[in-house]
Design a protein around this ligand. Sequence first.
Ligand SMILES: Cc1cc2nc3c(=O)[nH]c(=O)nc-3n(C[C@H](O)[C@H](O)[C@H](O)COP(=O)(O)O)c2cc1C
Ligand SMILES: CCCCCCC(=O)C(=O)O
Length: 361
Amino acid sequence: MTASDYQRLAREVVDPDVWDFIEGGAESERTLRANLAAFDRFRLRPRVLTDVSTVDTAVSVFGTRYRTPVGVAPTAYHRLVDDEGEVATARGAGAAGALFVVSVFASRTLEDIAGAAGSGLWLHLYWFRRREVMAGLVERAAAAGFGALVLTVDAPRIGRRWRDMRNGFAIGGDVAAVNIDAAVMALTHHSDEGRSAIAEHAAESFDAAVTWADLAWLRQRTSLPIVLKGILTAEDAALAVAHGVDGIIVSNHGGRQLDGAVASLDALPEVVDAAGAAVPVLFDGGVRRGTDALTALALGARMVLLGRPPLWGLAAGGADGVEGLLRTTTEELAHAMALAGRPRLADLDRSVVRARPGDER
Ligand SMILES: Cc1cc2nc3c(=O)[nH]c(=O)nc-3n(C[C@H](O)[C@H](O)[C@H](O)COP(=O)(O)O)c2cc1C
Ligand SMILES: CCCCCCC(=O)C(=O)O
């Protein structure tokens, strides 16, 4: 019935170290908790006697229409929880009419994922030292029909994730980031207690020297829209617009990067204000129910993306689980829109929410 039901079912079947990789955050997990808690500091202001006999959750981004503004955030290695991996996620997201942002660390090929997709796909990228790897992925994404590139900019290195370090987390079995040259990914398969293989891989292969000026290199290589993921401040939102990006995702990476960073929801209004109408602003971090989605949409998000919940759906029930999770969250959103007296996404603005009494600033 709810995302937390999928979470409970998933926990029963997922390997404990993988579970820690999925659920965990950086260091003392303050930001992870803050993402969830931030929603509780808002209360909804329902309007009455508006015609809510039909509720419409459809939304368009970059010319593609989705049946729901609830999409799937990029998460690495879906085969850690389901044999079919991202192919099943694509089928589930397609059946729900939702956007699926595919991680550059997907464990199925971009072409197989595209073959299974029934709705829009975007490809997420990290900035690798080996730019030819990025250039190759950009070309393949365009050829396979992906609709945008999402460059994650909050991870010049991987956050210190104590759970993964204690577990000596490494990517096991026959699961691999199959879209990237195996030589680049070699480090991800071996680790020891006290170390995380993915952090070591990132230290070796991510380019931490990248700056705003480097975006021109990516721009020259693609006509696809470029979306920056991991923006939390008005200053960076303004720079993103000034550098010609086509979209922004407000995100702190699900509390997995800078522990102590501002909750995503708290960053959303200043980013929306700084971006103005120039580019769509999407949101992720802590969305678990329809009323959370409603709150983020009211604060100016065009779409909300879910990171962990689709993995719960995938682990619990494959493609059907992903579809069920997305449909459930969308139905909760539609229900909340009806009870709030705002039957269309265009009706959602800041008048829908107010700070919980005692939390006014
Ligand atoms: C297991 C896992 C893997 C992730 N992999 C990526 C990734 O490859 N690239 C990326 O930009 N973000 C990645 N993220 C972060 C998500 O895209 C998203 O920002 C975050 O999970 C949203 O928060 P939520 O889980 O509370 O919905 C990952 C998150 C999780 C939980
Ligand atoms: C194998 C390289 C790193 C994968 C990192 C995926 C990710 O972004 C995450 O949050 O985890």
